[in-house]
Design a protein around this ligand. Structure first.
Ligand code: DCM
Length: 135
């Protein structure tokens, strides 16, 4: 046993804003989450920074290059040892396409409130709304 507490493994999710809208992606799996909407992202691999992981995940899932920005919203504990964090992501090149999701949607503040977001991502609604309303 080590006395050093293990750091949580991180799942990163990207908030891409453009023209007063936020990009959401509709999950296809697992069955319990299929059809529900999320900020796209995924697990940080060993020896990878969260910033590099977000860029990799959004390249794989959306075929875009992004620059990872600052954190937005609270930490969401997914399970023991796994924490979900959202980061602003700036589109550098490419137009997002749903390579890994059922579909994508660019939503404004009112639409965000009407989307069936996955429960975890609902924790970020206040900050996402604040940002959308300021755009
Ligand atoms: N996850 C989430 N919200 C996101 C992205 C991921 O709740 N915006 C969760 C779903 C899974 C885990 O993180 O429990 C890993 O994500 P994935 O299945 O997309 O790799």
């Amino acid at each position: 046993m080590s006395d050093v507490p293990a750091r949580d493994r991180e799942v990163v999710a990207g908030a891409i804003f453009r023209g007063g809208r936020l990009l959401l992606a509709q999950r296809t799996s697992p069955p319990a989450l299929a059809g529900r909407w999320e900020l796209p992202g995924g697990k940080v691999e060993e020896f990878e920074t969260p910033q590099a992981a977000l860029a990799r995940e959004l390249r794989e899932e959306l075929a875009v290059e992004v620059r990872c920005g600052t954190r937005i919203g609270v930490d969401v504990q997914l399970s023991a040892g796994l924490v979900l964090r959202a980061y602003r992501a700036e589109l550098v090149s490419g137009e997002p396409v749903a390579l890994d999701h059922a579909q994508l949607a660019w939503v404004d503040a009112e639409e965000l409130l009407s989307m069936d977001l996955v429960d975890n991502d609902r924790a970020w609604i206040p900050e996402l709304l604040e940002e959308l309303r300021a755009l």
